[in-house]
Design a protein around this ligand. Structure first.
Ligand code: BG6
Length: 272
């Protein structure tokens, strides 16, 4: 697959032109992202792992989803071209844009670009611009698969501010989780709040506890997902046991952004 490598003194990031998909982010040799051993890397389907880009809709959030069945939008499964590359002593950055905007479901007048900047952290910016002359709407997500050693030893923090979450497994809304945020079954939650900083504690409480800090901007929700045993067993591009090796924390717009002509929106995730 055609890829671009960004690097700094102590970090490296690999971006596939298929989907503008980041498949690896290493700092001091430590891989932060999960990539499935069974990920399909020939451009015939979206890559399982890394950072898929969901745009111009998240999940099933399109009124015609029943007719077309395309989950997570139009751009994670197409080729992007590089529109800018800037490097310096302290950072390395690339911007990409999808080639094909001709799909009948592409929103009127909207363009999207992905800017990836590697410095003392990794910043991923999904930039939506309304270059048309009518109001247009979209949803989307930076659907990051974070690598963990063992999902049963993961603890999330940063979800304490008052909010509701939608449990996508039963379609019900629940109040702010008050229990420790741990994983013991399939988890698919849309936290309806612009929570701005979250932390993944891997090997929680153990000698080898590791923390990954994530900052979010331009979002209205955070999605937390792990398929667990049964769902993973039914996914052709995920090995049965691999559900143990990741948690998705997705910086998302699920309630919709309405863009006026000439307006720009930036959905941003920063991984420290
Ligand atoms: C998450 C959704 O964002 O993505 C889940 O909340 C979904 O419902 C998951 O199963 C994976 O989606 P896909 O299309 O990549 O298999």
């Amino acid at each position: 697959m055609d890829s671009i490598v960004l690097s700094t003194m102590d970090a490296k990031c690999t971006v596939q032109r298929h989907g503008a998909h980041i498949t690896s982010y290493q700092r001091n040799g430590d891989e932060r992202l999960f990539l499935s051993q069974k990920a399909v890397m020939d451009g015939t389907k979206p890559i399982r792992g890394g950072i898929p880009i969901c745009w111009p809709w998240f999940g099933q959030l399109h009124p015609d989803i029943a007719k077309h069945g395309i989950a997570h939008g139009l751009v994670r499964n197409q080729l992007w071209r590089v529109t800018a590359r800037v490097t310096s002593d302290t950072f390395d950055s690339v911007t990409l844009q999808p080639y094909d905007t001709s799909h009948s479901l592409w929103p009127n007048g909207l363009t999207c670009q992905l800017k990836i900047t590697l410095s003392d952290h990794l910043a991923v910016e999904l930039i939506t611009q309304n270059v048309g002359n009518t109001v247009s709407e979209f949803t989307g997500a930076l659907h990051t698969y974070f690598a963990v050693d063992d999902i049963t030893k993961v603890h999330l923090t940063g979800f304490g501010a008052p909010h509701q979450y939608l449990n996508q497994l039963d379609g019900q809304h629940y109040p702010t989780p008050t229990d420790a945020y741990i994983f013991y079954c399939e988890t698919d939650r849309v936290h309806m709040s612009a929570l701005s900083e979250t932390t993944i504690h891997s090997n929680f409480g153990g000698n080898s506890e590791k923390q990954t800090q994530i900052a979010h901007a331009g979002h209205d929700s955070l999605v937390v997902w792990n398929p667990w045993i049964d769902k993973a067993a039914n996914m052709s591009d995920l090995d049965n046991a691999e559900y143990q090796k990741f948690v998705c924390i997705e910086t998302a717009v699920t309630q919709g952004v309405t863009l006026q002509p000439n307006d720009t929106h930036i959905l941003k995730q920063m991984i420290y």
